[in-house]
Design a protein around this ligand. Sequence first.
Ligand SMILES: NC(=O)c1ccc[n+]([C@@H]2O[C@H](COP(=O)([O-])OP(=O)(O)OC[C@H]3O[C@@H](n4cnc5c(N)ncnc54)[C@H](O)[C@@H]3O)[C@@H](O)[C@H]2O)c1
Ligand SMILES: [Zn+2]
Length: 446
Amino acid sequence: MIQLCLYWGGGEVKYGNLRYVSKRPNLQAIELTTATYNVAHDVVFSCKFTHRLRFTADVFAAGNDTLSEILSADSGNCPNVAVFVDSNVARSRVDFSDRIGNYFRKHLPEKSPKVRIIPGGEQIKNTQPYFKRILNDLEQSRLCRKSFVIAVGGGAVLDAVGFAASITHRGLRLIRVATTTLSQADSAMAVKNGINAFGKKNYMGVFAAPWAIINDEATLETLTTDQWLAGFSEAVKVALLKDPLLFEYIDRNCEAVRSRNLDTAIPIIRRSGRLHFDHITQNGDPFERQDARPLDFGHWSAHKLEQISGFELSHGQAVAIGIAIDATYANFMGWLCDADHQRILECLNRMGFKLYHRAMKQAKTLLGGLDEFQEHLGGKLTIPSISRIGETFDIFEIDTNQMLAAISYLKRFNEWGRNDDKTDSLHTDLPGGRRSLFSGASRQAD
Ligand SMILES: NC(=O)c1ccc[n+]([C@@H]2O[C@H](COP(=O)([O-])OP(=O)(O)OC[C@H]3O[C@@H](n4cnc5c(N)ncnc54)[C@H](O)[C@@H]3O)[C@@H](O)[C@H]2O)c1
Ligand SMILES: [Zn+2]
């Protein structure tokens, strides 16, 4: 039996055979002793967070004040700093660690954090010994709750270091320095941190707002082609859900994105990052307590595809396929018109995304992603769909046959993309001899 004694105001309270007289005036009291009665006391309260986002280039350049300003804003309270760097970011410049050392010597000479290089990519989230090592490094760094942990890297490193930082002393101040298109366009803005466990994506983790996010745009130049592309699927996703003008811009500039024209491409990453950031700060549900996950278009299948493909598919590539699956399903269900459906698939295709992967042969296993998605979120299945570019609505159940048909349709779309004579290969494949690949009528699964 829980015994609870709550006081507010001032006055005199009897507690068992003790008498408590408050030194504060006007004391009123609720007194709960044994099981004589039950009281429920539900109070809604809120906490204020500041979400800080900075866009910069070359954050550890001697003349760049972005990081030092964040660290010194609360300088009286900054006894220590720990730095973790994604191994592939560290490798991208021979002097990466030295530059961090020099940066601190110049800007914050009283701090000389040890720079720890940790494995980049999904392996950091998949390998528990790596995670334990981060925890161990944090312990060795003699940090307190006011200390800063700087994580420099792609989304995977930010997720893993963020999780370790959030459970150390129940939460250190995390500064995310995002170095991939995907983390800058999406994941670094989030308040989610975690690792994979039991073969499931992001199975362990916490919601914890970072102290600050820094998008370092200079780092994007050293990404491989696939890594470069990855963030643009998240940009397409958020554009389809929230910003038709952004989609117009992306659609007009697919080839420039593919050829890594920074002047054209960086505004897309910035706008996407900003839309995700605004969603966290303005949508009223940053910790995802409600059933809906408004930004998770294409994600129920993306997470499962990453897993079935043994992480051969990166998150960004899996999201491109997930968007194609959900857009095709919306078209087959008659919600999304043929023209919008065609534009979405072709836009992703022209940017360089492959919309089919052999993991999709396991279509029924892939559908298991719906159950895992629901289990992960709790509540009733709620998935965002679109009725046109920029207009979203929630769906609560899935027509399995239509979803299987959408998945197998993308196989044909992929083959069609490799076929010079597109028209013929389309028509032979369509049920009922239909003349349009993009007609909204329902189709049978292969
Ligand atoms: N927390 C969230 O809300 C959230 C949202 C979306 C995605 N995610 C997670 O983000 C992860 C994907 O992030 P990602 O796409 O950034 O991939 P990633 O972190 O796996 O990085 C991809 C590869 O690029 C390397 N790399 C990073 N920066 C580099 C640079 N500047 N130059 C050269 N190589 C570099 C990495 O070492 C890695 O090998 C997934 O684990 C996904 O689940 C999290
Ligand atoms: Zn995502």
